[in-house]
Design a protein around this ligand. Sequence first.
Ligand code: AMP
Length: 382
Amino acid sequence: MSRDAGTALTLGILGGGQLAQMLALAALPLGVRCVVLEPDPLAPARLCAEHICAPYTDPAGLERLAQCSAVTLEFENVPVAATTLLEGRLPLRPAPAVLHLSRHRGREKTALEAAGARVAAYRLIETESDLAGALAAVGGQGFLKTAELGYDGHGQARVDTEAGLLAAWNKLGGVPCVLEGLVAFVREVSLGVARGPDGHVSFGPLTENVHVNGILRRSVYPASSGPETQAQARSLARAVVEAWEVVGLITLEFFELPGADGKGGEGGELIVNEVAPRVHNSGHLTQDGGGLSQFEAAVRCALGLPLQDFLPIHPCGMVNILGREDGGEPDWAALDSVPGTHLHLYHKASRPGRKLGHVNVVARTREEVLDGLDAVERILYP
Ligand code: AMP
């Protein structure tokens, strides 16, 4: 494939948010230009990609994407009508069959179990009659989550009584849900994995993640999981991409159970929480860790370009910047003065809780990274 300026490879992206922005920024140095289909006129990716400002199902917009070398996506809820129009015309990576699994929590869990992965105890709640006995069946406490369209803690509720379960289901609109048992994890970790068109599998870093109110607050690499758990994460990720015949990059989020020492030391077993069929917030630290970034890996994988593991060389971490309740801005100068920080802003209007950017921290040791992340969090979340 030629990569000179006249015949540059082009990558179509369904969605034009910050993930598309960072994919497009990673694509340019590879000789790849991106075209995003995104209805929001102020979408972050407009600044660094050709922006088709139209609905995801717009026939003319999809026709433009169909002229690209390949198409990928930055969110899993792409309308089926959009992918149907593109399917068979050019490589869609990941394929619609993968999106079909990952967009529905029930289908996803069944497919994960079929691939040999363990998931939390769960019950499908489709009608009110499914509520009877469901909480006891998953261990008496859990999370009720809408089967589709949940994100960042939206579309889910913590439940610990039968009455609370009914109230939560009504509050979620009585839509199909999955009731998951509460997992007593020692930590949350995630792993990006890419499978090329030739079947070659490449891994990203296992990152350790902390969520606050269901939203990712920080990620750290390396994770403190032991080597057996790290190996387990890779073998589960490989099993999933092979069983689901994924071509493209996906991210698995795990709950790590306590290990033999009861503290999550050596051998903590992994339960898959969910699968994102795309680059993931927990992988943003790969932008500054000195190795290949998850964004470059996703671009390469979508276009069938050679791909290695996308692992940081240095210990690193990330803290998300969320819009504040008072609409105010963080102390930028203070952030810049923390050693090893790299700022990534998405050029989005501030709204409370909205992801506006992130700060990566790189240092010589994991302890120094943790100190840096603590300092960044004290500035962002005083
Ligand atoms: P999710 O949107 O499913 O990734 O959930 C957001 C966050 O809520 C997770 O990262 C966990 O911190 C917490 N959470 C979700 N499901 C469970 C569960 N079954 N047990 C314990 N914590 C959970």
